[in-house]
Design a binder for this molecule. Structure first.
Ligand code: MG
Ligand code: ZN
Length: 547
């Protein structure tokens, strides 16, 4: 193997120079065909599917595995997509940090996963020196392969942005949308039309708004965040994209497709679970977007690169909402099963699944709270005594209760905060929480949760902690940096004992994440060690170079 490394590098450089010298795809292919005799013992990879669970640390995968194996009424088989993936694939570990800090955000992590360059936090498609990166999507695109991005967040959000946009800060989503438009990707499917439509869409009855109402008949909220009047949707259409705004138009789309299915983020996992079998559902699921992308991209005879993000695992983690997180993991599981189904019998596709980082410091834990009743055991050692552990090690029925939650915490508080001021009472919160979750609260707990409300103040477009007071989340106040999410996090804290679990933060942790891979021959070998996130795209590129 050792002697192959310089060759691999040589082949990589050739690929790059081929792109810059504007050689045709055919010429690149001829060069690669000449090399193929020397690379016969390396796996031939035509397609790469790269799935990122945002915030999906080992414990988040563990939540899904516990649910599948231990929930008394689990709705999925005991073996999850991750089991199937590893049963004939590989598993390894990767560290996500950037070179100069311990913990990473999703923008820098996506940049590192996309380009192999060390990045700086909150940058997108920019390296740690502040230069534009070259991403795997761009490299593969210039080789004549098809490329696509799918996310259940927003198309301009940090993870997809890291693959196709180059901006100093992740918040520059209007600029990121333009980069996406110019990325020449074949498939772009996600939410967040607010960064793609002209600002005049905000004026009631304006020609822009009326035209958009016609274009997007199912759109509930036609509002723009743009500061100009560019209509990037029409610009995309002029570039040859089919536009899709709902399931029907997505199904009908042919060729290059830009699909934007929501004003901001797409449906959360709980809504998706509740509505996925509803024939009247208009928003596609993550699985549906992924299947459509693969169908579209696979038409390119040169192969494809597809990045799929299950992005709301992270949002659930920030909110410390375990039920939401479970449903996001179920969404990821269903999507991954569909990808594995498509890969069945193929020997030309490499699938890599990992996380950009862990979110929430989540985990089931044993406690001294609510000890279970001693019970009789039939075995001889307990003939004269009851089984009486000293601690509460967690009841698997908790998993079913999490599954049954009807609204994510942020939606519960959105409803609450919309009530008239006089109606925003502890009793009203008790009612809302107890109607929508399986872990009821009482009035005293509701009071405790609501006490933080007075600590929030709004300034310069941001919620912040009050200057004199601190949040009452607990020992880790400093790690709850999104004041808007404090109410949800407080509810999570109040109910954590009942759920037999703990959260260590409202942000990200440095936890090493798992890397699952499946592909022919030796293509998965590099992913079985302790690697760094910047290694991953290099390995993906190498695998594709050998095609
Ligand atoms: Mg993300
Ligand atoms: Zn995050």
């Amino acid at each position: 193997m050792r002697g192959l490394i310089p060759f691999l590098l040589f082949s990589f450089v050739l690929g790059l120079s081929a792109c810059t010298s504007q050689q045709t795809t055919q010429q690149v292919k001829t060069v690669q065909q000449k090399q193929s005799s020397q690379t016969e013992n390396i796996s031939k990879i035509k397609n790469v599917i790269f799935m990122i669970g945002d915030g999906m640390g080992p414990q988040q995968v563990g939540l899904l595995l516990s649910y599948a194996r231990q929930a008394p009424n689990a709705v999925i088989p005991r073996l999850t997509a991750f089991d199937h993936l590893v049963n004939d694939g590989r598993i390894g570990v990767s560290l996500p940090y950037t070179h100069d800090v311990l913990v990473i955000d999703s923008a820098a992590s996506a940049t590192q996963l996309a380009s192999g360059s060390s990045s700086g936090n909150e940058m997108t498609g920019v390296d740690s020196d502040g230069n534009k990166t070259r991403t795997i999507l761009e490299i593969v695109r210039d080789q004549g392969k098809a490329v696509g991005l799918v996310s259940d967040t927003r198309l301009t959000h940090a993870t997809p942005a890291g693959f196709a946009a180059h901006q100093r800060h992740r918040s520059m989503e209007n600029e990121i949308a333009i980069d996406m438009l110019n990325s020449d990707s074949d498939v772009l499917l996600s939410g967040g039309w607010r960064h793609w439509i002209p600002k005049n869409a905000n004026i009631a009855g304006s020609p822009e708004q009326l035209a958009l109402q016609k274009l997007m008949p199912h759109a509930k909220k036609i509002k723009s965040k743009r500061k100009d009047n560019r209509n990037l949707l029409l610009e995309a259409r002029a570039k040859g994209y089919s536009l899709a705004f709902d399931r029907d138009t997505l199904n009908q789309a042919t060729g290059k497709v830009l699909g934007l299915f929501s004003y901001s983020g797409m449906a959360n996992g709980i809504i998706e679970t509740k509505t996925k079998n509803d024939p009247n559902r208009t928003m596609p699921t993550l699985k549906e977007m992924t299947v459509k992308s693969i169908d579209t991209l696979a038409k390119n005879p040169n192969g494809f690169f597809l990045m799929v993000e299950s992005g709301q695992i992270d949002w659930a983690g920030h909110q410390n909402d375990a039920a939401w997180m479970l449903h996001e993991m179920l969404k990821m599981n269903e999507t991954l099963n569909a990808v594995l189904e498509w890969m069945k019998g193929r020997d030309d596709t490499l699938l890599v699944v990992t996380a950009d980082h862990e979110t929430g410091g989540f985990g089931f834990s044993y406690s001294g709270f609510n000890l279970p009743k001693p019970k009789k055991l039939s075995g001889e050692m307990f003939k004269d005594a009851l089984f009486r552990p000293n601690y509460n090690f967690g009841d698997p029925a908790i998993l079913d209760k999490l599954y049954q939650q009807k609204l994510v915490y942020s939606a519960i508080f959105k409803k609450y905060n919309k009530l008239a001021e006089a109606e925003r009472t502890p009793r009203a919160l008790v009612e809302l929480v107890n109607k929508n979750t399986e872990f009821p609260i009482n009035k005293t707990e509701a009071k405790r949760i609501l006490e933080t409300e007075s600590n929030l103040y709004y300034e310069d477009g941001h919620y912040s902690l009050g200057k004199k007071t601190v949040s009452r989340i607990g020992a880790n106040d400093a790690y709850y940096v999104y004041a808007k999410r404090h109410q949800g996090a407080l509810l999570a804290r109040v109910k954590a004992n009942d759920m037999g679990l703990t959260w260590s933060t409202g942000t990200h942790t440095s936890t090493p994440v798992l890397v699952f891979s499946k592909g022919p021959g030796t293509s998965t070998e590099p992913f079985t060690k302790i690697i760094h996130h910047t290694d991953i795209p290099k390995y993906l590129e190498k695998a594709m170079m050998n095609n």
